[in-house]
Design a binder for this molecule. Structure first.
Ligand code: PLP
Length: 440
């Protein structure tokens, strides 16, 4: 980055500092990953300079012959990898992709979306009242049962009663297998479109470590930067089943993405997606995907030995949701302390969480990024041990019930624990471990 260093030493320094941080810690936010150097090179290429509104062979700007080839190649790779007849590779990211799907298939203010409630692990774009998906369309939320599992009977009842136009299956914080087949039956029964939002698990699906929704749903949306390990971006795929239900489905979605919602596609991003799709089609990616799941399972087993309470009981995929209530430790405090110790996770609500979203009762963590670095079962055992030590260190730190006292306590807690000796000692040990596992 010698040019950047010369032109803008400030931004250069910030990037270098962030690189150092990423190297020195265990990145365990389940939606994060490390894209390869090849992906980053495509992303940082001259393709950034081009405007290409429209689709291959139907552009509104000149000079797009090569861009057409890039976009067609990306489409071909996505269709082949996921086994779908139609794909749109232009969405800027996952949220705009879901918005485009709703725009394509729902009547404004009248169309209905049945999706997993945000508080139970759904995404903002699945009908949350603070999101455009809940403000411009009618949202019908479904919940998890008391064991932290999707209650398919409840989904069916809500679908029969509410007659949604779209049913969304998929989540941001659900550690178990999703029964796409059952969702397919429910959607067919009420004549709804079924959208599988596999943003979190697309890499596992591509690598054969998770069942594919393709035979059972009409539309599949995924981000490209989570387990799929590409640049930020998204794919909207239409399945055979989708085209059978509605032969115009592909066209409707393409029109909703452009000109409906977006302008020019990010061609550098498209090229980087192509690279990620190629990488994901290699045998080594299958090994990666299996290892992600294996690592998550070992981590879950080890944490269970320390009496951590896992939502859903265990994990089938790349992530774990820990309910810390039995430890008498709040999720926000835990996430902060873990970061001081070099373990980066996010605080997360648990099903029926009595706490507000800023101080939820749980933390969410996953294995995609650390598995990219090459960590395996042996490291997971160590990580579980460290996590337990961190939580033990802050046990008894009680968050006051009163709102004002609470924010005072939070400030003071951060001050105290930012310099905690035991936590910093763990951070040092993790830094040493991390030197053995390089970033791409
Ligand atoms: C991450 C995610 C999204 C949104 O992706 P962004 O790229 O952050 O907009 C949508 N749905 C699910 C299930 C996700 O996990």
């Amino acid at each position: 980055m010698k040019n950047l260093k010369q032109t803008d030493p400030k931004v250069y320094e910030l990037i270098k500092e962030e690189e150092k941080r990423q190297k020195a810690v265990l990145e365990m936010i389940p939606s994060e990953n490390y894209a390869s150097k090849a992906v980053l090179e495509a992303l940082g290429s001259v393709l950034n300079n081009k405007y290409s509104e429209g689709y291959p062979k139907k552009r509104y700007y000149q000079g797009n012959a090569l861009i057409d080839t890039v976009e067609i190649l990306t489409q071909e790779r996505a269709r082949k990898l996921f086994g779908v007849p139609h794909v749109n590779v232009q969405p800027y990211s996952g949220s705009p992709a879901n918005t485009a799907i709703y725009f394509a298939l729902l009547e404004p203010l009248k169309g209905k979306v049945l999706g997993l409630s945000l508080a139970f692990g759904g995404h903002l774009t699945h009908g949350s009242p603070v999101s455009i998906s809940g403000k411009y369309f009618k949202a019908i939320p479904y919940h998890l049962d008391k064991n932290g599992l999707i209650d398919y009977d409840q989904v069916e009842k809500l679908a029969l009663r509410g007659k949604p136009n779209i049913i969304v299956c998929g989540a941001t914080a659900y550690p178990r297998i999703i029964d796409f087949k059952r969702f397919g039956k429910i959607a067919d029964k009420v004549g709804a479109y079924l959208l599988a939002d596999v943003s979190h698990i697309a890499g596992l699906i591509a690598g054969g470590a998770h069942l594919s929704p393709v035979p059972y749903v009409h539309v599949v949306m995924t981000t490209t930067h989570k387990t799929l390990r590409g640049p930020r971006g998204a794919l909207i795929m239409v399945t055979e089943k989708g085209l059978k239900k509605d032969p115009e489905l592909g066209d409707k979605i393409d029109k909703a993405v452009f000109p409906g919602l977006q302008g020019g596609p990010h061609d550098n991003q498209t090229a980087a997606i192509a690279v990620a799709l190629l990488e994901a089609s290699k045998p080594s990616f299958k090994i990666y995907a299996k290892q992600v799941v294996k690592n998550a399972r070992v981590l879950a087993e080890e944490l269970t030995k320390f009496k951590f309470n896992l939502v859903g009981g265990k994990t089938d995929n790349h992530l774990l949701l820990i309910d810390l209530s039995n430890k008498k430790v709040n999720g926000a405090l835990a996430a902060f302390a873990l970061e001081v110790a070099g373990i980066v996770v996010n605080k997360n609500a648990v099903p029926n969480d009595p706490m507000p979203p800023f101080y939820p009762s749980g933390v969410r963590l996953g294995t995609p990024a650390i598995t990219t670095r090459g960590m395996k079962e042996k490291e997971m055992v160590k990580i579980a041990f460290w996590i337990n030590n961190v939580i033990e260190e802050i046990r008894g730190e009680e968050l006051p019930k009163d709102k004002e006292q609470r924010s005072e306590f939070w400030k003071e807690f951060k001050k105290r624990f930012a310099k905690n000796k035991k936590l910093l000692k763990i951070a040092g040990e993790i830094k040493i471990l991390c030197t053995k596992f390089s970033l791409p």
